[in-house]
Design a protein. Structure first.
Length: 186
């Protein structure tokens, strides 16, 4: 399986969106593998599927083109928050159900059904929380890199990521802190 070929089936390879998506996803995949190596050193009794981790990290944002995000050159009609569930749909059609779940569960520090309901979020009311270690690692790695073209290559500091979670409330920050503690050893 070639994740870049899959991305190219859903995004014009000559478009700025494709370039942003490939750069961001490659950086996230590299960070996910770095995090996985550190986690594995601390937990040698656990095993991770590094091939799946790399593939899923490269595909996690495949749904962005279906969203309205002019700064990313995406001219879709759906709210950006929906890129995860839209990506899930694309990858399920590709026959990749486990990769599809990564798309759906990587946003923020995960999203609960109560947060969907309470925040009036444009998502079906259910939990969107990363479950497997690989899903959690990709969720964490994704926060290190923006898709904004002016900041695409700049890696964020863990403390800055944690502060950015504060705007979503204490429950989200607590979930982030648990993910960071588990996978970053912080």
């Amino acid at each position: 399986m070639n994740p870049i070929e899959i991305l190219a089936r859903h995004h014009d390879p000559a478009s700025p969106t494709f370039e942003i998506l490939v750069v961001h996803s490659t950086l996230v995949a590299r960070k996910a593998l770095e995090i996985a190596r550190g986690w594995s050193e601390r937990h040698p009794e656990e095993s991770l599927d590094l091939d799946f981790l790399s593939e899923a990290a490269l595909l996690h944002d495949i749904g962005i083109g279906l969203c309205e995000a002019p700064e990313l050159h995406c001219s879709g009609t759906e709210p950006y928050l929906c890129h995860g569930i839209l990506g899930r749909g694309l990858l399920e059609k590709e026959g990749l159900p486990l990769h599809a779940l990564v798309c759906e569960r990587h946003t923020g520090a995960g999203i609960t059904a109560a947060e969907v309901r309470g925040g009036g979020l444009p998502l079906p009311e259910r939990d969107y929380l990363p479950v497997s270690p690989e899903e959690k690692i990709i969720c964490v790695a994704d926060k290190f890199y923006s898709k904004k073209p002016t900041r695409l290559w700049r890696e964020k500091e863990p403390a800055a990521i944690a502060r950015s979670m504060d705007r979503w409330g204490q429950e989200v920050r607590t979930r982030w802190d648990a993910l960071a503690s588990t996978f970053l050893g912080s």
